[in-house]
Write a protein that binds this ligand. Structure first.
Ligand code: CA
Length: 319
């Protein structure tokens, strides 16, 4: 991962969002330029506070955080049982020192793309609300990004082929936004949940994080137990899936992808909910997206832990 990347994050922070941020903030080839918050795992307001908390925990509190709109759904799609009501395991973490910028997250997306066309990589690991809103403000807004990666969707229908009962939460939290973005001609690399559900930390990797004294590992170990408790019945041991981190890692290191396909992605009913499914045949009106259907998951997991145990990128001025 030596290619220099300037990254904009769109996050519903969220335990795995926080873990992805800690990983990326420790990657020497990546500079996080700005963060936009979105609803999903928690409210957009809490996600913004949590983003500030994560940044400040590693001395990166100068990175701007913009607030996105709240859920368009009434009631919102809830994930408090996965991430806690506040998004970060209900630990009662102190308020951040910094504050949000005042610009909205969709406005920030439009402005940054306009200021630095072709330079920025956008990593979106929440509902697509901000991206859809940016397209509404400016139909070319997302096309100015060098690349866009999104964690969400399921690689291929019929979803009944999946062994487990997945929730495509980033689609469920704002289906209309997902439909807007996925039916647009914006090139997007999709890291589907049937891949991210396979990114499971080993006992040894959990122990390595637990025993590390880096600021990233210490923050990670505050929030991981809540997430592990949620996933334990599903996985069968006390650990969790690194959804957002594997998406962020593939976004900055596409060589982690070992098999990608071009497929239209369409929202369709699945059991009692809706999923964004890749389609076996091209669908008129849904330009195909690049879907990563397989990746070097062991290499990703090693990389993730290595970053949590390594130094924070010195580009961020400690405050
Ligand atoms: Ca997320």
């Amino acid at each position: 991962m030596t290619e220099r990347r300037y990254v904009v994050l769109d996050v519903d922070v969220g335990i795995d969002d926080a873990l992805m941020m800690l990983m990326l903030l420790s990657e020497p080839s990546v500079e996080v330029v700005a963060v936009g918050s979105t609803h999903g795992n928690c409210t957009a307001a809490d996600a913004a506070l949590n983003a500030l908390r994560v940044l400040e925990a590693v001395g990166a509190g100068t990175i701007p955080v913009a607030l996105g709109p709240e859920s368009p759904l009434d009631p919102p799609h809830q994930a408090s049982h996965v991430h806690g009501h506040d998004g970060l395991a209900d630990l009662g973490l102190p308020s951040p020192k910094g504050s949000i910028t005042g610009e909205s997250a969709p406005e920030q997306l439009v402005r940054l793309g306009t200021e630095r066309p072709g330079e920025l990589d956008l990593i979106a690991v929440g509902p697509l609300t901000n991206l859809a809103a940016a397209l509404a403000l400016d139909p070319d807004a997302l096309s100015r990004y060098r690349s866009i990666a999104w964690l969400g969707g399921v690689s291929l229908a019929p979803a009944e082929a999946l062994v487990n009962d997945y929730y495509d939460a980033n689609t469920l939290s704002d289906p209309e936004a997902a439909r807007t973005v996925l039916s647009s001609d914006v090139p997007i690399m999709v890291i589907p949940i049937d891949l991210s559900y396979r990114a499971i930390l080993s006992d040894e990797q959990l122990d390595a994080i637990k025993s590390s004294t880096t600021p990233q590992a210490r923050f990670a170990w505050k929030i991981l137990p809540f997430y592990n408790d949620f996933y334990e019945p599903w996985i069968g041991r006390w650990t969790s899936c690194m959804h957002d981190p594997i998406a962020g890692a593939i976004a900055i290191a596409p060589s982690l992808s070992t098999h990608a396909v071009e497929r239209s992605i369409v929202l369709e009913p699945y059991k009692d909910r809706i999923h964004a499914h890749g389609q076996p045949q091209p669908i008129v009106g849904s330009p195909p997206k690049c879907i990563v259907v397989d990746a070097d998951v062991p290499r990703f997991l090693d990389y993730f832990v290595e970053r949590l145990l390594g130094p924070v990128n010195p580009v961020y001025g400690r405050e």
